[in-house]
Design a protein around this ligand. Structure first.
Ligand SMILES: [Zn+2]
Ligand SMILES: [Zn+2]
Length: 245
C-alpha cells in the first residue's frame, strides 16, 4: 500500500493571502521545493488537500482555484519538482459537506484513488482542520507556523495535538524523514545529502565529522546513527577555532 504526505495549500505551500484567486499573487513559501523533493525521495505521495470555500461563498469560481493551482504547479516545475495530485473542497461551511477539513472526505477520496494507507500517512498544514482531518483517520498531523500556523498554535484548544510543530514545511519534512529513517533504518545517501538544506536559512550545508554545518547560521546539525537531525532546536552553535565563516 502507498502512503502519502497530504499537504495543505494556502499558508503551507504558498503564502497565505486571504481567499487567493489571482495567479499573480501565488508565491511559494521558502523551502517548499526542497521539501517536496525529499518527500518523493522517501517514496511518499505528495497530495494537496485544500478547503476553498471562496467558491461556495461566491467570492470566485472554481476556475480561479484551477488558475492558482496551475500557477503553483508551474512554479514548482521551474524548481524541478511537482505534486502528485490535488483534491479541493469548494464548499462553504454551511453546506455541511463531507469533504471540508476537518472532515476527512478528501483524504478518503485520495486513499480510494491511490490505495493509500491513511494510518501510515501524514498531513502538514497551518490550521486545526488539517490536524483534525488526519487525526480522524489515524494518521499523523504536523502543524506549520507559516500562514495562520502561529495563530493556530497560540490558540490551540482541541483535544488532539499535532505530532510535531514545525517552523515550515521543510522542517516538518525533516521530522518525517527522521521518523521514517529511524523506522526503516534508511541510510542517508550522498544523493539525499545534496537535497538537504539548512532548515533555518534554506542555505547550503557542509558535511563535517560531527554533523552538517550551515556556515551562514553557524549551526551544526548533529548526525545520529547516520541520520542527520535537521531540526533547528537540535542544532548546536558552531564555534570551531581557526575556521573562517
Ligand atoms: Zn466540501
Ligand atoms: Zn542556515
Amino acid at each position: 500500500m502507498k502512503r502519502a504526505v497530504f499537504l495543505d495549500r494556502d499558508g503551507t505551500l504558498i503564502h497565505e493571502r486571504d481567499y487567493i484567486s489571482d495567479p499573480e499573487e501565488v508565491e511559494l513559501i521558502s523551502g517548499v521545493p526542497e521539501a517536496l523533493k525529499l518527500i518523493r525521495k522517501m517514496g511518499l505521495l505528495r497530495i494537496v488537500v485544500s478547503n476553498q470555500s471562496g467558491v461556495g461563498r461566491g467570492y470566485f469560481g472554481p476556475e480561479a482555484v484551477e488558475a492558482v493551482n496551475r500557477r503553483m504547479t508551474e512554479l514548482l516545475r521551474s524548481r524541478g519538482t511537482e505534486l502528485d495530485d490535488l483534491f479541493i473542497c469548494p464548499h462553504a461551511p454551511e453546506e455541511d459537506c463531507t469533504c471540508r477539513k476537518p472532515r476527512p472526505g478528501l483524504l478518503l477520496e485520495a486513499a480510494a484513488r491511490y490505495g493509500i494507507d491513511l494510518k501510515g500517512s501524514y498531513m502538514v498544514g497551518d490550521r486545526e482542520g488539517d490536524i483534525g482531518a488526519i487525526a480522524s483517520v489515524g494518521g499523523k498531523g504536523l502543524l506549520v507556523l507559516t500562514g495562520y500556523g502561529s495563530e493556530t498554535w497560540r490558540r490551540w484548544r482541541w483535544g488532539h495535538k499535532p505530532h510535531f510543530v514545525a517552523r515550515d514545511l521543510l522542517e516538518a519534512t525533516y521530522w518525517i524523514m527522521i521518523k521514517e529513517a529511524k523506522e526503516a533504518g534508511m541510510a542517508i545517501s550522498k544523493e539525499l545529502l545534496e537535497i538537504l538544506v539548512c532548515p533555518k536559512c534554506k542555505g547550503e550545508l557542509v558535511l563535517k565529522e560531527d554533523g552538517l554545518l550551515c556556515k551562514a547560521c553557524r549551526l551544526l546539525y548533529p548526525i545520529e546513527d547516520d541520520i542527520p537531525v535537521m531540526l533547528i532546536e537540535e542544532a548546536k552553535p558552531y564555534e570551531k577555532e581557526g575556521e573562517d565563516g
